[in-house]
Design a protein around this ligand. Structure first.
Ligand code: PGA
Length: 262
């Protein structure tokens, strides 16, 4: 069984000293768990100082974005190449990037390819908007987002990819409606099926699929229990050490229950 992946997306919050304080609090509360991988995604500015402070047995780092060219005259951008020694993961195609920064399907495909080319694991975010959801377009949207994003990878490379299903309407800053775990399960199965159709069963089984959208410590379990759900991507609640460590503990409890019953 793969480790349960719990990702904190701090978005554009916390300067270096605030992030350092939050990391300190999380370090006090989160133990080294064999079955749980905890990943922190601070702002780009904070990655470097946090990397010096972090206990690598407990935490890994992710960037929230990067530019798909490796080097050159691209003022204001940071490349995947530059992040190689700092992070294990980069979040790609988050709905805030798609909506506010107009990242389209091709841009996201290029970023996923650049990420893999540089030896970093992509956390590809996919999900339908409120309008698409109500127009019955969810599957079409997920299909297009998944298929395009992965199209430059080989089936071996695909196996390492993480896909986060984040319905836009469920993200706290876009409405924060709670998605029902049963519905989430259907879409996660659909996402794996897209991978299977293109790259085969082995790849579809190996990719990790996360859920994201208003997850906090009180409801995390409902999503973590979904068959085929490999973890959660947490926004708002990850800024609160009590809530975020609570999510990690829920994941740990669940893993132990599952192992006891096996
Ligand atoms: P949320 O954000 O947990 O605040 O809904 C999730 C995300 O945007 O990744």
């Amino acid at each position: 069984m793969t480790r349960t992946l719990i990702v904190a997306n701090w978005k554009m919050h916390l300067n270096a000293s605030q992030a350092s304080l939050l990391l300190h609090r999380l370090h006090e509360r989160i133990k080294i768990y064999r079955d749980i991988e905890v990943v922190l995604a601070p702002s780009m500015l904070v990655l470097q100082p946090l990397s010096l402070q972090i206990d690598r047995r407990k935490f890994r780092l992710a960037a929230q974005n990067a530019y798909h060219k490796d080097e050159g005259a691209y003022t204001g951008e940071v490349s995947f190449t530059m992040l190689q020694d700092l992070v294990h993961y980069v979040i790609i195609g988050h709905s805030e990037r798609r909506i506010y920064f107009h990242e389209d399907l091709d841009t996201i495909r290029d970023k996923v390819a650049a990420c893999v080319r540089n030896g970093i694991t992509p956390i590809l975010c996919v999900g339908e908007t409120h309008e698409e959801h109500h127009a019955g377009e969810t599957r079409q949207v997920l299909h297009d987002q998944v298929v395009t994003a992965l199209s430059d990878l080989t089936s071996d490379e695909i196996e390492d990819v993480v896909i986060a299903y984040e319905p836009v309407w469920a993200i706290s800053t876009f409405g924060g409606e709670l998605a029902k775990p049963d519905d989430v399960k259907k879409q996660m199965t659909f996402i794996r099926k897209q991978v299977e159709d293109l790259y085969g069963k082995a790849a579809a089984q190996k990719i990790r699929v996360l859920y994201g959208g208003s997850v906090d410590n009180s409801i995390a379990r409902g999503y973590l229990e979904i068959e085929g759900c490999d973890g959660v991507l947490v926004g708002g609640a990850s800024l609160n050490y009590h809530k975020f460590s609570g999510i990690v503990h829920e994941a740990y409890r669940l893993r132990n229950e599952v192992e006891d019953s096996e």
